[in-house]
Write a new protein. Structure first.
Length: 152
């Protein structure tokens, strides 16, 4: 069932991708390229999963699991990640893509247990800045510069 769901998801992604409007401009990388890669990748994965399921390949449960099925669910990490995404989204316009994305990256790293704050703040800013430059200069997309307007 899961395999067929992945196939269906791939088909739906392809349908959605084909509805993306494109201009008559001659561009190297158009707006459909990355969605098509994801769509075909999802569809291909679904087909492979379906073939594996039809051949009888099933995942074996772990013989030794070191977990307690009755342990309470820890919602702190998912809540922190969700809060970081919401805060980062709210900061995109006033502070810009670099700082909004850095906030998201920082909260995810913190939620996964990293406590070297200087390191994750530095990595978050560097990754966000490189991403900003790749998308704005490399692909010609417009991202909110925020307080770095005129600097980047």
């Amino acid at each position: 069932m899961v395999a067929l769901g992945v196939v269906l998801l791939g088909v739906l992604l392809l349908i959605g991708t084909n509805q993306i409007a494109t201009s008559g401009m001659n561009t190297v990388v158009g707006p459909k390229v990355f969605p098509l890669i994801v769509s075909f990748g999802t569809l291909g994965l679904g087909v492979l999963l379906t073939i594996g399921a039809l051949r009888g390949h099933r995942a074996e449960p772990a013989t030794e699991e070191d977990t307690d099925p009755n342990a309470p669910v820890n919602l702190a990490s998912p809540g922190l990640i969700l809060g970081g995404f919401l805060l980062g989204t709210l900061l995109l316009q006033p502070l810009g893509f670099v700082f909004g994305t850095a906030v998201m990256y920082f909260t995810v790293a913190f939620a996964f247990g990293e406590r070297r704050y200087g390191l994750i703040a530095g990595v978050a800013l560097i990754v966000a800045l490189i991403t900003y430059l790749l998308f704005t200069r490399g692909l010609g997309l417009t991202l909110p510069p925020g307080i770095l307007k005129g600097i980047l």
